[in-house]
Design a protein around this ligand. Sequence first.
Ligand code: 2IP
Ligand code: CA
Ligand code: CA
Length: 378
Amino acid sequence: GDPERSAASPEFPAPARAEHTITCFRSVGAELGSRLLARQAWTPGAASCDPAGGGSSPGAGARAARRQFPELQDHIRGEESNKFENGLGETVVVQVCPTQQETAALLEKVLDRKQAAAELLAAAIHQEVVLSDPALDDVAVTISTESMAVWIDPIDSTNQYIRGRGDVLPVDGIYPSGLRSALVLIGVYNRHSGEPVLGIINEPFFKEKLPARRWQSKYHWGISYGGTRLSSLSRPQLRTSPRVVLSSNEKVALQEALTPLYGQQLCFASGAGYKMLCVALGLADAYVLSEGSTFKWDSCGPHAILLALGGGMVDLSEALKSWQAGQRKPLPELTYNKPVEGALGAERWANQGGLVAYIHREHLEAVMATLAAAANTF
Ligand code: 2IP
Ligand code: CA
Ligand code: CA
């Protein structure tokens, strides 16, 4: 019943991507995801992650997912590839094998024959994780898997993960950088309507436990399905002095356009998922992004949680168009089932028009009014 549990420690160095992807994926994605889904009349099993390109080789856990959710087999996609090239020039396709020994043998190839690390990781991957969440015991929602699909980002804020800083201090509750912004993002959406239905955000580096220096994780979830809105979080209050969280790469012109609303209350943080989480936690009233630098796998899970809390996430450029045309209710929320026309590769799944994540509708309106007044400047 403890939502905080031991997570992968970043003690093993290179290749960080491989280790993190697999351990977080399996322990957090598969186990928690399946527990949540099982409560929605889905049978317990493992989730999976395939490259967004829809490559032919299944990602880690795809086999298990296919077995447990055959109707979802072509509908589980996300970021990161399961193909690795090691220091010896070999290309290895990583997957969860039938036995721990086989997985360890496979991982050893990616890890330049580092046997101890491969064995530790394989043990973590094959570990049976039992999670119970009393908040979910009373949830009685039946979701038809036939109309669902999944977006996964097994690691968001990769740069911060690789840098591995666990000592960054928060500014007014928000960590501007460091391991705290490295998150696992899982979203389930309705593949006909494109609406987010269920989201899970895991913070693998929530707390460092001394003296063992093991990291403890913390997860959050939300369901928005039909009339049901449920979350592990409570709806935050609107702040008396509003605050926005932005990418540190956000255009200066957009920052200036927001000043009439926020004054000096502009916060900067790494990680698209982390900034969305800051809004869900009430640490900021909005996350505004002017560019198409996030993808469906970044926003789907957090979006479901925001909807569950009575908020949402709009497409900034579409919302501005609607606002300026006087069509203000509702503003266009991001959807997850349609690629960007004419785009190639991962760009097909970009949130091309930027976004605004919010909890309070009236605050979204204040953001739109402020930006509309400066629309030609950014
Ligand atoms: C990235 C990551 C970056 C974010 C970018 C995402 O995903 O979240 O931190 O940029 O938009 O696509 P920023 O930190 O400027 O918000 P990934 O780490 O998975 O590539
Ligand atoms: Ca990402
Ligand atoms: Ca990623």
